[in-house]
Every structure is written in structure tokens, then in C-alpha cells.
Design a protein around this ligand. Structure first.
Ligand SMILES: Nc1ncnc2c1ncn2[C@@H]1O[C@H](COP(=O)(O)OP(=O)(O)OP(=O)(O)O)[C@@H](O)[C@H]1O
Length: 249
């Protein structure tokens, strides 16, 4: 369907015969903030790994814009296609300024070596400044990232993805370690981002999911347990059981 940016069809991912994702069918709509939730080991991170090409499935496909099956593409090709991922492990360079980090990210599609010797054009400079304002770091742009709070560092990483103008942004627990205020600000940021780009989030913070999600998919043992808006999903007895059964919320 045209309003789906991503369609996951019969996806199975095995590790030595163990199915971390098992016959999954779901889709992500253009412009949605779509959360994947579920207890530990449900297969959420493995799914993100498959979308960005880190792992290859045993079966099934992941269609981007109904045209390209990303499971047949390399990680690099998937980035080129417009799917960007923020990992939990930080990827900012601490020894250069926030602005320089953004510059590198803006030309990242080339090699790091050529990035260092490429002058940015006017459009790229404007884009960097726009993104710096969006993530609230414009005033601090000439400082190094070490001066930033935990939340601000996360926003910088989100900004470094955003400046590459992806069509889908994949975020793995973006609010882990943040306080309430920073979490709320992250929610507002994702809302703003979703006007231009679909956002897929793996998350354990249920309050954040409630505040932010357009749509939620609940995974359990690699399979789809429920899907819909958070209000309905959290009432589903099967969903309550898998969370309570594991000492979750
Ligand atoms: N490279 C791997 N080799 C073997 N097993 C793996 C590998 N990666 C993940 N698994 C297993 O697949 C299952 C799903 O893992 P995954 O990390 O996707 O779960 P998750 O839902 O992201 O969990 P969490 O919320 O704890 O991060 C787990 O049982 C995990 O041990």
C-alpha cells in the first residue's frame, strides 16, 4: 500500500535454529511514530537489525516504499536508500565541536576521508543550522559534546541522523537514562521529526510510549502479540500477562 513506508512480510530470523523473529507480518505508515515494545528477548532489536541490514532473515522480506526489499541490500545501500539508525552506543566524536560533528554527518554518505576535505554548500549549511535549532543545540554549536547533558548528547545523535534527511529513522531506546523533562522534550522532538520522516522506536519506557506513539506493535517471543493504538493495546489481557509475568509494568 502506498501509505506504508515499510512492509514486513513473513519475516523469520534465526540464530542457530532459534527463531528470534518468527513469521512476523506488520507495516509502518508514512509519517507515523511507530513503537515496537515487548518483554526482554521479544525480538525488537533483532528486528531493527534486520531493517538496517545488520542481520539477514532466514525467510520473508522487508519492503521499503513498496519497491525495494532491504533484506537483499547491504547496510550501506540501506543508508543510501534513506533508512538511518541511532544505536544505543554513542557515535559522536568528543574531540571536535557539535557543529563539526554535524558537518561530518551531513556528508557522511561519502567516506570520512573525503568528508574532511569537502566544503559544504549553502543548502547543507542551512540544513545543519535548521537541525541544530530543532534539537535545541544551536547556541551551543561551538562547544564540544563533552559539555552536553546525557539528553543533549542523544539529541545531537538524532540531529546527526536528521541532517542526512532520512525517510525512516530507527531509534533503539532513545530515552534510556533520561529524566522526565528530557524524556518529554524527546517526545516533542520526535513529533516534529515525524512531519518529515517516519520514526520507528524500540522502547521499554511505557509512559514515553503512551505520550508519543501513533501506533504500537507488541512482540513476544519473536511473534506479533498485538498491534494498534497504545490505549487499546495496554488493555489487551495477553499483553498485560506477558508484562506482569516478567515483573514488568
Ligand atoms: N546474535 C545472536 N545470536 C544468538 N542469539 C541472539 C542473537 N541476537 C539476539 N539473540 C537472541 O534473540 C532473542 C531476541 O533478542 P533481541 O535482542 O532482539 O530482543 P529484544 O526484544 O530487543 O530484548 P531487550 O528488550 O532485552 O533488548 C533473544 O533470546 C536473544 O538472546
Amino acid at each position: 500500500m502506498l501509505d506504508n513506508i515499510l512492509e514486513i512480510k513473513d519475516l523469520t530470523i534465526s540464530f542457530d535454529g532459534f527463531k528470534a523473529v518468527n513469521g512476523l507480518n506488520t507495516s509502518v505508515k508514512k509519517g507515523d511514530i511507530h513503537f515496537f515494545i515487548g518483554p526482554n528477548g521479544a525480538g525488537k532489536t533483532t528486528l531493527l537489525d534486520a531493517i538496517c541490514g545488520r542481520v539477514k532473515p532466514a525467510e520473508g522480506c522487508i519492503m521499503f516504499n513498496s519497491l525495494s526489499d532491504v533484506t537483499r541490500m547491504s547496510e550501506h545501500q540501506i543508508v543510501e536508500l534513506g533508512i538511518g539508525r541511532k544505536f544505543q552506543v554513542p557515535s559522536v566524536f568528543m574531540g571536535i565541536t557539535i557543529y563539526e560533528n554535524m558537518e561530518l554527518a551531513a556528508v557522511k554518505k561519502r567516506s570520512l576521508y573525503s568528508s574532511l576535505f569537502t566544503k559544504l554548500n549553502k543548502e547543507q549549511i542551512e540544513r545543519i543550522e535548521d537541525v541544530l535549532r530543532t534539537i535545541g543545540l544551536y547556541e551551543k554549536r561551538y562547544r564540544t559534546p563533552s559539555a552536553l547533558s546525557h539528553g543533549e548528547k542523544q539529541w545531537l545523535e538524532i540531529g546527526m541522523l536528521l541532517v542526512q534527511q532520512p525517510e525512516i529513522m530507527l531509534l533503539d531506546e532513545p530515552v534510556a537514562g533520561m529524566g522526565r523533562k528530557e524524556t518529554e522534550r524527546t517526545g516533542e522532538l520526535l513529533r516534529e521529526i515525524s512531519e518529515k520522516c517516519s520514526v520507528i522506536v524500540v522502547e521499554h519506557d511505557m509512559e514515553f510510549v503512551r505520550e508519543c506513539a501513533d501506533r504500537v506493535t507488541v512482540l513476544h517471543e519473536g511473534m506479533l502479540l498485538d498491534e494498534g493504538n497504545m490505549q487499546d493495546v495496554q488493555k489487551n489481557p495477553k499483553v498485560i500477562e506477558v508484562y506482569l509475568g516478567r515483573g514488568g509494568e
